[in-house]
Design a protein around this ligand. Structure first.
Ligand code: FPP
Length: 243
């Protein structure tokens, strides 16, 4: 295996064919609580971290970034917290228009969160179509609901028997490579209904950092860790042969 300790992260990204990183941005609430602040402050700091991480990922050559911004279950949170997250998302949807060369896609059912957010999310998708980098924002998203959505689409198309390729062609991320690496911050080691179909062969990296504290150095650490893994896709290492 190549010694990557002295290699620049950009080179590692290229060499390890790392195209897509997905982030579960956990720990905003605890970050705020630890500072004696309301949870909303954690989400505001988390939105800033999201922008920095996104910029950094672009800089080092990651083509696709996916983030879990709001799950189908997050609506159960107190109204004040939900409204604070929606307000940050609406602000970001405006700001995102200044990102050059980025195609934005929303995974999930943003329209069910309200007409305003639904319309603005879809307009951003339409207006940024064709960008060289892709950012997926999972918004009112659930991994099981996504698979059910795909199956229902296939039923509408008249299918009576389906393949894995049919599901892949009808999930929210259609046309997008599956995540090579899924990073979860906030000391939790669960998948929480995120990208259940797409993460079948992803590598997982868990960080103890709360999301607002997650930095470019932490992205580097995750990538170096990823590059040291042996991805076998259920088969054997390239240099191993079956006797
Ligand atoms: C999980 O932390 C985070 C969320 C449910 C919301 C994430 C939203 C943002 C970062 C802001 C808006 C996003 C964008 C893309 C502009 P948690 O609240 O569950 O943390 P905890 O486990 O410490 O309570």
């Amino acid at each position: 295996m190549t010694d990557i300790s002295n290699m620049a992260v950009r080179e590692i990204v290229q060499q390890s064919e790392l195209k897509h990183i997905a982030f579960i941005m956990d720990g905003n609430g605890r970050w705020a609580k630890n500072k004696g602040l309301p949870r909303e402050f954690g989400h505001r700091a988390g939105a800033e971290t999201f922008k920095k991480v996104l910029r950094y990922c672009r800089k080092i050559g990651i083509s696709v970034v996916t983030v879990y911004a709001f799950s189908t279950e997050n609506i159960k949170r107190p109204k004040r917290e939900v409204e604070a997250i929606f307000s940050l998302l609406l602000d970001y949807i405006e700001e995102a228009r200044d990102e050059d060369g980025v195609e934005f896609c929303f995974l999930g059912d943003p329209a069910a969160l309200g007409e305003d957010i639904g319309k603005k999310a879809r307009a951003l998708e339409e207006d940024t179509r064709g960008g060289a980098h892709r950012v997926n924002i999972a918004l009112n998203y659930g991994g099981r609901a996504e698979i059910v959505h795909a199956v229902n689409e296939l039923i509408k198309q008249g299918k009576t028997e389906i393949s894995e390729d049919d599901i892949s062609a009808n999930i929210y991320t259609k046309g997008c490579p599956d995540p090579d690496l899924v990073v979860r911050t906030g000391k939790e080691t669960r998948i929480s209904n995120f990208l259940l179909w797409q993460s079948a062969y992803s590598e997982f990296y868990f960080s103890d950092a709360m999301w607002p504290d997650f930095s470019a150095d932490d992205v580097d650490a995750a990538i170096r860790d990823f590059a040291g893994r042996s991805r076998r896709w259920g088969g054997l290492d390239k240099n191993e042969t079956r006797k």
